[in-house]
Design a protein around this ligand. Structure first.
Ligand code: FMN
Length: 230
């Protein structure tokens, strides 16, 4: 069992390097005080004109179990997803290679073969089980905001994940949590004005979970960044 790390003991570089997507959690909740201080610190995320557009809905305990049940039911019944935001259906190179490499790395650790449809469905369903996490956060913003404001929410998401890492808490960002926003709005009694961008399962890592052996590399910086002097 991993114990919470002292927040001040971890450098920013360590937190950035140590954070990774965890897809298997212990059945052990984060204590409410720590939970609150993490979300308080993440409020320091910057945003354009400081509008702080993120709207965050955190389910723990019975609320988390109830949402898990409703979402798993929706998927297993074959309810068509109804996301507020679309995602590109297909990526061209070089993005496609990165996408495939990431899926292959995860499926290899989970022992899922390329043509194992049932295995892949099971892996997909793990998202909606929140990978057994004791907490799930849904993060959204006002429906009238476009991608420029979504940028602020993305910055918030990483600030939140790094804050969790520094507290010894693991997480997995989940675009898949966009699938059934109506269920989220209903459970949190949120108006239709709030659209859901992403979910974040979090808690203490189950270090025995095969999926958690996955390590995802990054491209050389030259693929993404151009440095120009003259
Ligand atoms: C916005 C966002 C959405 C993501 N959605 C999912 C998801 O639905 N399911 C999942 O298992 N991983 C999801 N991931 C995790 C990515 O696959 C992961 O961040 C990437 O492969 C890099 O691996 P790492 O986080 O371990 O460094 C998401 C990550 C981000 C940032």
């Amino acid at each position: 069992m991993s114990e919470p790390t002292q927040l001040s003991a971890m450098s920013l570089e360590d937190a950035i390097r140590e954070r990774r997507s965890v897809r298997g959690f212990e059945d052990r909740p984060v204590d409410p005080q720590t939970l609150r201080s993490i979300f308080e610190l993440a409020q320091r995320a910057p945003s354009n004109c400081n509008i702080q557009p993120w709207r965050v809905f955190v389910a723990s305990d019975g609320a988390c179990r109830h949402l898990r049940k409703r979402l798993v039911e929706a998927v297993t019944k074959g309810t068509p997803p109804n996301p507020d935001f679309s995602y590109p259906g297909k990526f061209e190179q070089p993005y496609r290679n990165h996408q495939v490499d990431c899926a292959v790395a995860l499926y290899n650790e989970m022992g899922i073969e390329r043509n194992d449809k049932a295995g892949r469905f099971r892996a997909m369903l793990r998202n909606f089980e929140f990978f057994d996490a004791p907490h799930i956060a849904f993060i959204g913003m006002n429906k009238s905001f476009g991608e420029t404001v979504a940028l602020d929410v993305g910055i918030y998401l990483q600030t939140l994940m790094l804050t969790m890492t520094a507290h010894g808490i693991s997480s997995c960002a989940q675009g898949s949590m966009r699938s059934y926003p109506d269920i989220v709005r209903e459970e949190f009694d949120v108006s239709d004005d709030i659209h859901i961008l992403v979910g974040l399962s979090f808690g203490y890592e189950d270090s025995e979970a095969p999926a958690n052996r996955t390590r995802i590399d990054r491209a050389d910086v030259g693929e993404n960044v151009i440095f120009k002097d003259e």
